[in-house]
Design a protein around this ligand. Structure first.
Ligand SMILES: [Zn+2]
Length: 103
């Protein structure tokens, strides 16, 4: 289960674990949406690109697509700064999507 792995970035030295869980959760969501005949673009989010702007734009695009498809609330996550607030906001959007999809 990938969702618990993105609840918090508890150990910045283990950042790769967070990134893997985060991307895995996006893949799970995309697969479930595909089963509902909702096609969303999957961008390569893991490993996180050195080009933070490109990564943040791709990640925002994935959130925008899933939020639009499911009519879930979205926030601006495009700054790509992985502080506590960003991690929490990202997590809350993933949780909302899971709830709507029943996964
Ligand atoms: Zn995300």
């Amino acid at each position: 289960m990938s969702l618990p792995g993105i609840r918090a970035l508890t150990d910045p030295d283990r950042r790769e674990n967070y990134d893997f869980s985060h991307y895995s959760d996006h893949l799970v969501i995309a697969q479930v949406l595909a089963q509902l005949n909702i096609k969303v673009t999957v961008y390569p989010l893991n490993p996180v690109s050195d080009d933070r702007h490109a990564w943040a734009a791709h990640h925002q695009a994935m959130h925008d697509e899933m939020n639009k498809a499911l009519q879930t609330a979205g926030r601006d996550l495009s700054d790509g700064v992985f502080g506590h607030e960003w991690v929490n906001n990202n997590y809350m959007e993933h949780v909302a999507v899971h709830q709507v999809l029943g996964i």
